[in-house]
Design a protein around this ligand. Structure first.
Ligand code: SF4
Ligand code: SF4
Length: 105
């Protein structure tokens, strides 16, 4: 995705370990539906075309709650259920990492 170029990154080595600490928060570009109330602040909430609540995303494609400098979630304690259940190293994670093919630093 060309929008990914707004955030500095380097290419992921083929044998790089799968870890969130060096990942460009690839999964934080996905649409996140709010299916339970975990206390997400209203300024981070948007609604999709069907009126369902989702995490707001900025023009660069990443979630509005992501700190662009650290690439960490700023609302970790109250993050949505879907974010809690997205497992590092799971097939979905690996797919997102392949899609971006980069790490943050
Ligand atoms: S769960 Fe996977 S895709 Fe998401 S930040 Fe961690 S390593 Fe990256
Ligand atoms: S709420 Fe946090 S963990 Fe979930 S997509 Fe946004 S920045 Fe990522």
């Amino acid at each position: 995705m060309s929008n990914a170029l707004h955030i500095p990154h380097t290419r992921l080595a083929d044998d790089a370990p799968v870890t969130c600490s060096t990942c460009a928060a690839c999964c934080c570009q996905l649409e996140v539906m709010l299916i339970t109330d975990t206390g997400v602040p209203g300024r981070f909430i948007d609604s999709d075309e069907w009126g369902a609540e989702v995490m707001r995303r900025l023009d660069d494609g990443w979630c509005a709650a992501l700190d662009r400098d650290t690439m960490r979630c700023t609302i970790y304690e109250v993050r949505p259920l879907i974010c809690r259940e997205f497992e590092m190293g799971a097939p979905e994670c690996l797919e997102e990492r392949r899609g971006l093919d980069t790490i943050y630093r």
